[in-house]
Design a protein around this ligand. Structure first.
Ligand code: ADP
Ligand code: ZN
Length: 631
């Protein structure tokens, strides 16, 4: 199937917008400003809204933080009836609804947390046309009873959020999404809009087919997240490295730390907490009520860190997550991009940071080989891992490489570690040859295959019981690698593994020559490797002192930062009192806007982005009072 061109211009009749569409677009702008407090649409938002509001279907691929919600919320307001929003995560619906109520919309959800009476009340509201938006999970929507209910109501549209969940080869497939193909027949004439932040061509194709969106217009946004700074550093003592990152750049910020295993999630959360950093664990092995509680605390508190497996994060639309850290290597770039994308939805400076080492490469390879699943599945897993490793080992701009993976060309970004501190490279051809020779000789002359540690012992000529009994010192490769340190050898092995010059096989990750070793051994190919950067060199270089404080206020002057902190404190108290997450009062971006505008009247305050009519009426006076005198 070939995709229609991305972001084609809005279709017009006779080359000009029709009167009806002009009226609609004015009305859309009026809603944007009055309800949400924003003065302009971003990217494709206006075109998407016009497409759906005029009754057409849409497929929307937009990165996290791109502003997908407005693409169905505003058409739902423009059209008669209720907008149905399909979302996979019941646990988040209450918050999604609360956020809409906070701006004065009529929203509700139908799910298993409601008792019979509550559910009936919502159904009544729906039938009476008293709801702008109604959220439900796919398993609920496909029930015949729900379909009948919805057929009796007037529907403005059906929005399918996290639509990549329908993709069977994707990283978070949900079987319940497959049932949504029935929507086309059950609700003819109701426009459908599918939205996702997963950008690969395959996902795009699958969701278009499975959701029967053949007639849809496709909107593919740029997947760049310019406010996120990508950094990948060699793993030495990962927790200490994480602690340094938090202390230097993210004191008091909210963040997510991803670990591979449940056990490392728990020990890392405890380790941080022991050092006075508020952190909670989250993984699928915790009881549901504990998970729910931790998630809610994360959403509600300022500056809490969630240490989690990849079970955490989908649908979390907390806008002020300032950093996402990976202590283990993700399995694919899709996963990595989705996870790091949870940082900085509000557009303010944020960090995606990862520590990765030789052990990650070995354990991930082993995991794939020993895993169940077809050969086809393993092949695809290997390809995913290879692309991830290539990103880790690149010596050029990380963002360019990420975007290229999603089919988008760009130029060096200036906001990733390789751009900020270009890695130095060295000619490692001879070193690679020595390493390969050692691996080959050990195998041929001693019948031994070893992991990295023992191969390095041979290269460095280090005596041990094993080397003595195996008479390693009689090998021609004994001690031929003394010009490099153990650490440098490890770095080289890691990079050679990532490039397929070496391979680590079996349960113990023993080294064997890789697919691409031949030309290197024959001297037909030279190998350039990067010197491991020290963490300090890779750190961002801004004028800011490393005195912690939130990166959200990074662009502000010191005096302004004080005012920002005063507003944050005010926001915390209001959020507590109302029992809603602070960002539902105002986002960090809006607080920054208020400080920059330094409003002295309600009217001025109303011009700040993110201050809509309802919030102005509700909080305006209090904000002006909470704002310390301008300098
Ligand atoms: P997504 O669902 O694509 O991750 P959201 O819909 O949650 O993104 O939007 C991300 C943030 O951007 C939210 O805080 C939202 O209010 C804000 N936003 C969306 N559209 C606009 C706009 N046109 N102007 C200003 N802010 C916007
Ligand atoms: Zn870059």
């Amino acid at each position: 199937m070939s995709m229609p061109p991305a972001s084609a211009p809005v279709p017009t009749v006779d080359g000009a917008a029709t009167g009806a569409s002009q009226d609609r677009s004015q009305e859309a702008l009026a809603i944007l400003s009055r309800v949400f407090g924003y003065d302009a649409f971003r990217g494709d938002q206006a075109a998407i809204i016009e497409q759906v509001a005029s009754g057409g279907d849409a497929v929307v691929l937009m990165p996290t933080g791109g502003g997908k919600s407005l693409c169905y919320q505003i058409p739902a307001l423009l059209r008669e009836g209720t907008g149905i929003v399909v979302s996979p995560l019941i646990a988040l619906m209450a918050d999604q609804v609360a956020a809409l109520e906070a701006v004065g919309l009529r929203a509700a959800y139908l799910n298993s947390t409601l008792d019979l009476h509550e559910a009936q009340a919502v159904e009544q509201q729906l039938l009476a046309g008293e709801l702008d938006l109604l959220y439900m999970a796919p398993e609920r929507l496909v029930l015949p009873r729900t379909v009948q209910l919805l057929q009796r109501a007037q529907l403005a549209l059906i929005a399918i959020d996290e639509a990549h969940c329908v993709s069977q080869w994707g990283h978070d497939f949900r079987p319940d999404y497959l049932g949504l193909s029935m929507l086309a027949d059950a609700f003819p004439g109701v426009p459908r809009i599918a939205l996702t932040a997963t950008a690969t061509e395959q996902t795009h194709r699958e969701l278009t087919e499975r959701l029967r969106l053949e007639q849809a217009r496709h909107f593919v946004a740029s997947f760049d997240r310019p406010n996120i700074q990508y950094r990948i550093e060699p793993k030495a003592s990962p927790r200490e490295q994480l602690l340094r990152l938090i202390a230097a750049e993210h004191e008091g910020d909210s963040g997510i730390v991803y670990c591979l295993s449940r056990k490392s999630v728990e020990t890392t959360a405890q380790w941080l907490a022991d050092r006075g950093i508020p952190a909670l664990p989250y993984h699928a092995g915790l009881p549901p009520e504990v998970r729910q509680d931790h998630q809610e605390r994360f959403l509600r508190a300022d500056g809490l860190i969630m240490v989690a497996t990849i079970a955490f994060g989908m649908g979390i639309d907390k806008p002020d997550v300032r950093f996402v850290a990976h202590l283990d290597l993700p399995k694919s770039i899709e996963g990595y991009y989705q996870e790091t994308g949870r940082a900085g939805r509000d557009g303010l400076p944020s960090t995606a940071w990862m520590a990765y080492g030789l052990g990650d490469v070995v354990s991930q390879r082993k995991f794939i080989e020993s895993g169940e699943g077809s050969e086809q599945y393993k092949r695809s897993s290997r390809a995913h891992l290879d692309a991830m490793l290539a990103l880790c080992e690149t010596v050029s701009c990380r963002r360019v490489q990420l975007l290229r993976y999603f089919g988008q060309d760009s130029s060096p970004c200036g906001n990733c570690d390789t751009c900020l501190a270009p890695p130095q490279t060295w000619d490692a051809t001879v070193a690679a040859q020595k390493l390969l020779s050692a691996v080959i000789r050990l195998d041929r002359e001693r019948g031994q295959r070893f992991g990295a540690g023992q191969v390095i012992d041979v290269l460095l000529g280090r005596e041990s019981e094993r080397s003595l009994t195996s008479r390693h010192h009689e090998l021609s490769v004994w001690g031929i690698g003394e010009e490099l340190s153990e650490k440098q050898w490890r770095t080289a092995i890691r990079q050679l593994l990532a490039r397929g010059v070496l391979e680590a096989v079996g349960d113990f990750g023993v080294l064997v020559p890789g697919e691409r070793s031949g030309p290197v051994l024959r001297g037909e190919e030279t190998i350039e490797l990067a010197l491991d950067r020290s963490p300090q060199r890779a750190a961002r270089r801004t004028g800011r002192s490393a005195s912690g404080a939130s990166r959200a206020a990074e662009t502000l002057e010191p005096v302004q930062r004080e005012r920002f902190e005063a507003l944050r404190a005010w926001r915390t108290s209001v959020a507590k009192e109302k029992q809603i997450p602070p960002y539902m009062v105002f986002s960090d971006a809006t607080l920054v806007g208020i400080v920059e505008t330094a409003p002295t009247s309600m009217q001025q305050l109303g011009t700040v982005s993110g201050v809509g009519a309802k919030k102005l009426a509700e909080y305006g006076e209090a904000v002006l009072e909470a704002l310390p005198e301008a300098p």
